[in-house]
Design a protein around this ligand. Sequence first.
Ligand SMILES: Nc1ncnc2c1ncn2[C@@H]1O[C@H](COP(=O)(O)OP(=O)(O)OP(=O)(O)O)[C@@H](O)[C@H]1O
Ligand SMILES: [Mg+2]
Length: 607
Amino acid sequence: MEKVIGIDLGTTNSCVAIAEGDSPTVIPNRGGYKTTPSMVAVTEAGKRLVGHIAKRQAITNAENTVYAAKRLIGRKWNSPPSMAAKETVPYSIVSGPHDDVRLALRDRTYSVPEISAMILQEMKIIAEDYLGDDVTKAVITVPAYFNDNQRQATRDAGTIAGLEVIRIINEPTAAALAYGFGKKIDRLVAVYDLGGGTFDISVLEIGANEVFRVISTAGDTFLGGEDFDARIMDWLIQGFKEEHGIDLRSDRMALQRLKDAAEKAKMDLSSQLETEINLPFIISAGQNEALHLQRSLRRETLEDLCEDLVQRTIDICGATIQEAGLSKSEIEDVILVGGMTRMAAVQRRVAEFFNREPCKGVHPDEVVALGAAIQAMALMDQTKDMLLLDVTPHTLGIMVVGGYFEEVIPQNSTVPTSRSKIFTTVRDNQTAVKILVLQGESKRAEENELLGEFIMSGLRRAPKGQVEIEVTFEINADGIVSVSAKDLETGLKQSITVTASSGLTEDEIRNMAAESQDFLIERRASEEFEKARQEAERIIREIDRMFAEVEHMVQGSEFGQEALAKARSIIEKARQAIAERHLEQLTTAIDTLKRTQKMFKGVLSRS
Ligand SMILES: Nc1ncnc2c1ncn2[C@@H]1O[C@H](COP(=O)(O)OP(=O)(O)OP(=O)(O)O)[C@@H](O)[C@H]1O
Ligand SMILES: [Mg+2]
């Protein structure tokens, strides 16, 4: 059966897993790590770096290193999160042609799905290396609270990376799947997922018959570890300013170092009560003088700095439990997901809120990818009896007269779902109707997320109120919205996919996919060359080592001299192929080198 991977495309870390047989496993990357930093960089030479190698050079190449791109995916340029990110990240965020966000790295700009695609492609490569086979299909997870624009943009990222995204599933749902699959349990669980960039809470019912039914979900797609880091950074910057009168924000390299130090301090404080932050030579203060930053941070201080952030997650938990029509005491298991749940204050507050200790035994960094892999397996193997019923996190609706928002599909409806609405013309001889589709919970349309608009045109002329159009709104299992319309009298149909208003066009996606494929081919070729180069150099060293002795032994033999000359020449040829990066010539040279090496060994063994 075709292998389908599950990818947790995280704000901070990404993880890939596969389910073979019945048990899912996380696939380690080449460095042996089970998660890969969601970072992408472009070097001075124009090379793309992804993952650990991008992270390692972040300080010295801060302007061209992107982290937390997920916070920007599917966002409009003028949205508050884009503006907030613009103020704080060292890379430059610019406006794109569709009112979208683009990132300027070196001499060109990239859409956010392109950056995410580079990470997805890296995960695909990790899986292919491990499986020794091509991988073309994936299940990708998104925060449960992602809206349609963010989901579509994530799907586009998959396409650009050369992956057929067979399903988008919600991160907390995936976690619950990994937690409950095969356990034959009947339980009401809450999944609290606080990662690097986003927060989700989902309440689910797990049935012993492998039915996973989400009852309600809520979250904040701009609340996560990044915000905790930012609080520590602010605290450090403020203190430094008070002491030295210098604003460290003016220096991008200093900022990147501060960010690393802030995150490290935060992590330290999960296991200890106090930590030292030490950044020598953080900034220069005039000639020959450098200033150092050194402070100690106590767990209590960190908790004070971040108190409101934790409180926000707790408030959202309260709201969603209520929305589910449940009381807290009915929740039987609380599952903690995401690296931020290692923070003591988070664990404590969650335990207090639910009045129970969270479950142990779930790996907070891997469980989402494992769930995605289980879902992938179930989608491919029809014999697997597993049913996943998720909900839509936001109310879907349209704008009506007066700028109000009218609900069409309420939040927490089980997906897939569809709902129809009849619209009538409001003017005599009206031939077109424009419909604005939005998602959100505000009564005012403009405060909700605009998914797109469509115009139903070519209506027959008639007095107002006499033309009736039935519009059907559909949300599929990926949580993605589509709309179709029908003139009830003529039966005239129009099918309109609500194209995300800040999304990419089909053409753009196709071009980006082609380019990313080129990069992949180039990368594979350069890896192959690298392997050949190492092999050639190893054999050359070996031949070199034997050379003098062989030369001594074949002294006086014409045939021997000839063989030595040939050996010299082939070494020369191999070196030239390496210098010219000519893979084909190098491969041929390696064959001859191997024969020479064998011959030398033969000569020596006879001595
Ligand atoms: N020991 C720790 N103590 C506190 N925070 C930690 C610890 N380990 C990791 N983190 C934080 O967890 C966050 C990363 O978590 P995770 O990898 O689950 O996020 P993600 O899946 O990439 O993000 P998201 O799910 O929001 O898209 C980072 O902010 C990191 O600093
Ligand atoms: Mg996550």
